[in-house]
Design a protein around this ligand. Structure first.
Ligand code: BTN
Length: 264
């Protein structure tokens, strides 16, 4: 029997826990790629199986939101992307798909580790006000039509030290639990819940929105939102049915499409 170094991914353990019909059934494991999102987006012809998952032990240029770099130590965390090629998902508001994903990560962490998570608009997953995971959704088009959707997920699992400047302080599952976490079980649980959430986002998008809002503790609070160098303050009154943030400023309610939110 082949022995894996302890830090490497054990496919058998992952496969036993994976309980999906199509998500992750085509599973690609890579030691190193530039970015799992870019790889799935740029290899359109060869990679078209709906539900393909690409997991990389290291990304040399992992992408974060707002053109940032996603830093993640080699072999310690989960950096992976899910490919959706079935057109039925493209008809949905992307925000709902984003919410279905962040909800899946949050529910998986709560189910396995009994940690309380919080969701931050648009799609950060926090534990004790620190960021444990982030999501980057990208699409590619043929002509004017979307041909694939790539959902990139980065979860800080066993990394304990983080260097750099962060909008929100980072944490990891290990930092919160004080023990090493099994990446295989964590990934399988995220994918299991993701598959059910992504179907729900088509049939019952209001349920996804409702569940997401229950985990977002900033609703009702006074917040500051910055986007493109502009900062706006107001009350985070609600999300609309497309998942955009409704901000009450002095005399009106504004619909916010993107930005970095912080509590005032
Ligand atoms: C964020 O800024 O919060 C989004 C982070 C998304 C990181 C993940 S890691 C796997 C996938 N590939 C990438 O290049 N980015 C995403």
């Amino acid at each position: 029997m082949k022995k894996f170094r302890e830090s490497l991914f054990n496919f058998e353990t992952f496969d036993i826990k994976l309980d999906t019909e199509f998500i992750g059934r085509n599973f690609i494991y890579s030691e190193e790629v530039e970015s799992t999102n870019s790889f799935l987006l740029n290899n359109a012809e060869k990679l078209d199986v709906n539900g393909t998952v690409l997991l990389a032990e290291k990304q040399t240029r992992g992408k974060g939101r707002n053109n940032s770099i996603w830093h993640s130590n080699k072999e310690q965390n989960l950096t992976f992307s899910i490919l959706l090629t079935d057109k039925k998902y493209f008809e949905k508001f992307f925000n709902i798909i984003n919410f279905a994903t962040s909800l899946a990560v949050s529910q998986a962490i709560e189910n396995i580790y009994q940690l309380r998570t919080e969701l931050k608009w648009p799609n950060d997953i926090l534990i004790n006000h620190k960021k444990v995971a982030g999501i980057l959704l990208e699409s590619s088009s043929k002509g004017s039509k979307i041909s694939k959707l790539v959902i990139g997920i980065g979860v800080n699992v066993n990394q304990t030290l983080f260097q750099g400047n962060f909008n929100i302080a980072p944490t990891s599952l290990k930092n919160e639990l004080s023990f090493n976490v099994e990446r295989e079980k964590t990934l399988a649980e995220i994918l299991n819940i993701f598959e059910s959430n992504i179907e729900k986002s088509l049939t019952k998008p209001d349920d996804i929105l409702k569940d997401w809002k229950l985990k977002c503790r900033m609703i009702g609070e006074i917040i500051s939102i910055s986007a493109d160098g502009h900062v706006k303050d107001g009350i985070f009154v609600d999300l609309d049915n497309e998942g955009f943030l409704l901000l009450k400023t002095r005399d009106k309610i504004e619909k916010i499409h993107f930005g970095e939110v912080s509590l005032l």
